[in-house]
Design a protein around this ligand. Structure first.
Ligand code: ADE
Ligand code: ZN
Length: 326
């Protein structure tokens, strides 16, 4: 089996990472203390014990609660920088990190505080670690279209520093079609488009992400495999799928890593990548995701190199910026 050292040595980009999902329990207590926020937990062990999920919503409830400790520009800077240090240690060279502005603006934290903090962390990571990054603004799909439009308006002064928009949160019952207009408006502003689809939702939601939203990349996409025509479409288009093995395991999208569809995706010719999603909640960062799914599925070095290469070519870096990593 491929060693962790081999995987670490591959230049890799992380394309599906919620920065709020990198909040480690220790950090949650630090931020709660410095911001005088009350937590319903007394110890790190109690927090970790609460991370037993049976579905996406179980996780989201606790993830939005955890995010309440984030209040200042410094918090967002420190959160991002801690993530980038781990990414660099895993041999990551680039990250396209998502953030959920509505989680913060809805509790009175200004958009600017969040964006300025994250952008400062991204600049520091490039300076100090040599890790490049891009920012993806995610609309929360459990909220309405007007709230998404308000978020796009709040982001207006930052659009030169935001690469794309995404769609996350509770999938079932909140189809991509609900956000057709705000995605169109986002596209008109020159933003790249991604969306979570086919994590828990049906293949029809993946069709909608492609045909109604016109996404440039698909987050998850697992359930696309249930539809042969859809699978063929994704192969023919060369759509990058940002797959998250440990997330799928913890949210019971798959019963075991041995049953994960990643190997099948590669065999079918889909452009799959490996990502951590919410590493502090799902028990592993980028390298753990590669190593554990590789061990479970028996992926060889060529397949791992393919996954790493897909992450670079599937990124929103231009060809000149990709070249040193290929
Ligand atoms: N927000 C953070 N992680 C998510 C996931 N895996 N699916 C949907 N929304 C999310
Ligand atoms: Zn996600």
């Amino acid at each position: 089996p491929a060693s962790a050292d081999f995987i670490r040595s591959l230049p890799k980009a992380e394309l599906h990472l919620h920065i709020e999902g990198s909040l480690e329990p220790e950090q949650m207590f630090d931020f709660a203390r410095r911001n005088r926020v009350d937590l319903p937990f007394r110890t790190v062990e109690e927090v970790r014990a609460a991370y037993a999920f049976t579905n996406l919503q179980d996780f989201l409830d606790i993830y939005y609660q955890g995010a309440q400790v984030l209040r200042t520009e410094e918090d967002f800077h420190d959160l991002a920088m801690a993530y980038f240090r781990r990414l660099a240690a895993d041999g990551g060279v680039h990250a396209e990190i998502s953030f959920d502005p509505q989680t913060h603006t809805d509790r009175g934290i200004p958009f600017q505080v969040v964006a300025d903090g994250l952008l400062a962390g991204m600049a520091a990571a490039e300076r100090e670690l040599g890790v490049t990054s891009r920012l993806i603004l995610c609309y929360l799909r459990h909220l309405d279209e007007e709230s998404a439009f308000a978020t796009l308006r709040a982001a207006e002064p930052y659009l030169d520093r935001i690469t794309g928009v995404g769609l996350d949160s509770s999938e079932v019952g909140n189809p991509p079609s609900k956000f057709a207009r705000v995605f169109q408006a986002s596209r008109e502003r020159g933003l790249k488009l991604v969306a979570h689809a086919g994590e828990e939702g049906p293949p029809d939601y993946v069709w909608q992400a492609l045909d109604i939203l016109g996404v440039d990349r698909l987050d998850h996409g697992n359930r696309a495999l249930e539809d042969a025509d859809l699978t063929r479409r994704l192969v023919d288009q060369g759509t990058t799928l940002t797959v998250c093995p440990l997330s799928n395991l913890k949210l019971c999208v798959v019963p075991s890593l041995e049953a994960h569809p990643l190997r099948r995706m590669l065999d079918l010719g889909l452009k799959a990548t490996v990502n951590a999603d919410d590493p502090a909640y799902f028990g592993g960062y980028l390298l753990d995701n590669y190593a554990r799914v590789a061990a479970a599925l028996g992926l060889d070095r060529a397949q791992l190199a393919r996954l790493a290469r897909n992450s670079i070519t599937g990124s929103f870096l231009d060809a000149a910026a990709q070249a040193p990593h290929l």
